[in-house]
Design a protein around this ligand. Sequence first.
Ligand SMILES: Cc1cc2nc3c(=O)[nH]c(=O)nc-3n(C[C@H](O)[C@H](O)[C@H](O)COP(=O)(O)OP(=O)(O)OC[C@H]3O[C@@H](n4cnc5c(N)ncnc54)[C@H](O)[C@@H]3O)c2cc1C
Length: 512
Amino acid sequence: MTRDNVEIFESLVKIVGPNRVKITETEKILYSHDLAPLPKEVGLAFNTMPDAVIRPKSAEEVSQIVKVAIKYDIPVIPRGAATWGFGGAIPSQGGIVIDISSMDRVIHVDQDNLEIVVEAGAVWKKVYDIALKRGLFVVSYPSSMYAATVGGWINTGGIGIGCYKYGSVGQNIRSMEVVLPDGRIIETGFSGVSDHSAGYNLNGLFVGSEGTLGIITKVTLMAEPAPEILRPTSYQFDTLAKAFPFIRAITRSKIRPLNISYVDEIHVQFLDMMGKHTPGKGALINVALEGTIESVKVEEDVLDNLSAQFEGKKMSDSIAEHEWNERAYEFRPREVGLSAALGEIVVPLNKLPHVLRDIYELVDNMGMEASVIGMVTDRNTVALLPYFIFDDKKLIKGTTSLAFPKKLGDIGFEHGGRPLGLGLLFAGNLPKIRGEAAELMFDIKTVLDPHDIMNPGKSIEGITKQGIPIPKIAMDLGMGAMAAVKMVMPEDKAFKERAKEYKKKHAGKGQH
Ligand SMILES: Cc1cc2nc3c(=O)[nH]c(=O)nc-3n(C[C@H](O)[C@H](O)[C@H](O)COP(=O)(O)OP(=O)(O)OC[C@H]3O[C@@H](n4cnc5c(N)ncnc54)[C@H](O)[C@@H]3O)c2cc1C
């Protein structure tokens, strides 16, 4: 340990005490990756090992940690539950990982003002449950709700359950407490009223900033009165492509379901291969309705008529209920003991059939075991989240599979959409997505964070541990080469093989 490191460690201990700063190897390794497996080769370009991991309990402590980071010119990396698989919450050049998950209190459920005040490390499921017990409805949350933190989802600019009716997380924030890269603590909005006509919209600035502009410590979320009824419905079609006219018709009708999500026929087949409870062959379009008993009845009638018109089959209440309860378990196929990784794109709804065709072709060409799930996020935007199952212990296959999200992003671009999320791995995409506006984002980052200590190398700037910017072309060529290697390898069979064993082992155990 260098003299500097000893001094940094002592400074951090002074702020939070000895038990909440860790510099052991085990702890560092644990915090050097997120949910998605990273190929070892990533270590050539990035130093993903933190120098220290710290668990603050207040905005004041976070502010002091940031000031230590400035003094020693060392990066800080905010981290929630690390369920986002893009490397956003891991270091690119070492530094202090600030684990926010100890700041997890639901501070106040305000029925008068329809607001919920939470610490940024609170997990969505906890916030949802506590609010509902007190008569308030959290309208938008990720399907990773059992683990993902409020601050983490806000920083990915997430889209999730409830978005179709109520908008993304950013549209449901009244205010946030943020520790800036110079240690100042600010409030971005207002409690009790919205942020109209009051200077720049600071809530918007921090939403989706991937921890590069500041550390969110507290959030005031907007909420709705709890609905009289929440009714899941489920419609089956031979294939997801065949369900397109139904999905389109819902978005062109005047009804506003809470949530429209889907799983393709291959996902259902995967579950069937594992011996899971499935409603028979075909894709499922799951539409959740909420409101009064009368309004929900009217909306369900519209859905039933559209489904009949487009040759869908309405599923029983128990299947619909089961699908709703499974909304947070999309990656069950991982249970066979393999890894799953996903790519995410959004495209205009009318491109869905073409995009699906191209995704399945890519899956075929890369010989992968993959399926498409996703959701409709507004009347014209559909999010596709193809996930693939692979054996990350098989070095070449595992590594080359990771080119899939890049190729998927290209499909998104071709059809007038774009990939979602930048993080460590896809930071180079920003100029392609935003054009000249990417430069403005870079300018904003430089003004707010002149020392470049706040999660450097992410989102707007792909930079190696040696401080070299990674040109997008290098990333493209690298990923292109990995995809080409994957295409000539024998096709993946690991899932099929493991699913058989899994089914045998769990037979008669009453699986989900
Ligand atoms: C099964 C599963 C389902 C998922 N479903 C969805 C979904 O429906 N919708 C969706 O959008 N995503 C989804 N995701 C992706 C991921 O779960 C979400 O993006 C999640 O909200 C991230 O939260 P986290 O606490 O894990 O954040 P992390 O992964 O820890 O961090 C994400 C980013 O935010 C930054 N960050 C974290 N906390 C703070 C903070 N307090 N202040 C500043 N920066 C911070 C990190 O530096 C990083 O850049 C899913 C993932 C899985 C595994």
